[in-house]
Ligand binder design. Sequence first.
Ligand SMILES: Cc1cc2nc3c(=O)[nH]c(=O)nc-3n(C[C@H](O)[C@H](O)[C@H](O)COP(=O)(O)OP(=O)(O)OC[C@H]3O[C@@H](n4cnc5c(N)ncnc54)[C@H](O)[C@@H]3O)c2cc1C
Length: 386
Amino acid sequence: MSGVVVIIGAGQGGLQAAISLRQNGHEGPVILLGDEPGLPYQRPPLSKAYMFDGNEEALALRPESFLAAKQIDYRPATAARAIDRAARQVVTDAGRIAYDHLILATGARNLRPPLPGIERTVDLRTLADARVLRRRLAAPRRFAVIGGGFIGLEFAAVARKLGHEVVLAEAGPRLMARAVSPQMSQDFADMHRALGTDLRLADPVAAVTGEGMVLTSGAVVEADDVLLAAGVRPNTELAEDAGLEAANGIWVDGQLTTADPAISALGDCAAFPDARSGRRVRLESVQAATDHARHIAARLTGGNLPGYAAVPWFWSDQADWKLQIAGLAMPEDRAEQPAPHVVFRFDGHDRLTAVETINGPRIHMKARKAMAAGPVDAAQARDLLS
Ligand SMILES: Cc1cc2nc3c(=O)[nH]c(=O)nc-3n(C[C@H](O)[C@H](O)[C@H](O)COP(=O)(O)OP(=O)(O)OC[C@H]3O[C@@H](n4cnc5c(N)ncnc54)[C@H](O)[C@@H]3O)c2cc1C
């Protein structure tokens, strides 16, 4: 394909798609639309290093000179308002942009539960959010956090390290429940409590007030700031308004193409068939966004490809612990702890579906390699420890 590729969303996946198109020899125009100002940046440091060092330069994914050299037509602060599929055009406030292929890389936004006082909370999704939050870390404060997922916990660890008071409320009975085994949840709960974070599990927030928050149990948590970290919802509206199917993500096939062959979707906004479980999943990770982008670019420049089948992986830094997950476990997958800070997950056929480690990069890398090579049984899984 040698025509115009328009990419909506200039985050981790959108920029990678543009770069990979050029790396694969695409010579036609590549137009990258982002609704945020400034250069495309990475989000992971926002809840980690950036909170300590405030280094915004370190966040940029590529310098402006790189975009110019690669002839990536990056248009910041330019939101796509609509997709006209019949005319193959994207509508922006500055006019219409014609495409031959369109890549949707619109990411996700913070989920806002319909709680009284929710408008009083602060978010941690964008650089603009992170700037606000970081300023508040400058003086001793009491922070309340809604949500015991990765972002809430990473922020809690940072705030404790800087000497602030932190109360974190999680609606469910355990931390990071969507992503890790009960054993890992427990290890992390113990670690955060040892850091001094006041964890309130299985006690959903009922309201946010001028003084902090009130939990369903009736407990009152006094706080100067309440961070909302209760998950995200994918930005699917553009696709849905254009008649494309979406349910927890824009639906794509094993080639990451929507029902319209001229439109692909990737990253946080895309729901794709997981090659191993066969289920439709949506992942929120740098790995998924960038591997999706590489796959789409290879397809657009090279033709026939086997279906997308990259092994998912993820990391989260919380205090001195680096959690790494190789693979993708389904909620019902059995968990086994063969060594401290290592958990194997197995499906109903005793195939390894995920390996969770804390500060175990070697095992993590071996697991990724082994799972990429083919199914791994229980005996082969034990070899990962040696
Ligand atoms: C604080 C934080 C910490 C994280 N830590 C980790 C981590 O440790 N490890 C990890 O793997 N992942 C982490 N993630 C998740 C990771 O950043 C995302 O999964 C990844 O950025 C997804 O890439 P994406 O391209 O799909 O979306 P994004 O990078 O979010 O980019 C989407 C972009 O599209 C823009 N957009 C949306 N609609 C439009 C429109 N209509 N027109 C133009 N532009 C539009 C959005 O504003 C955004 O800039 C973290 C995320 C956050 C917020």
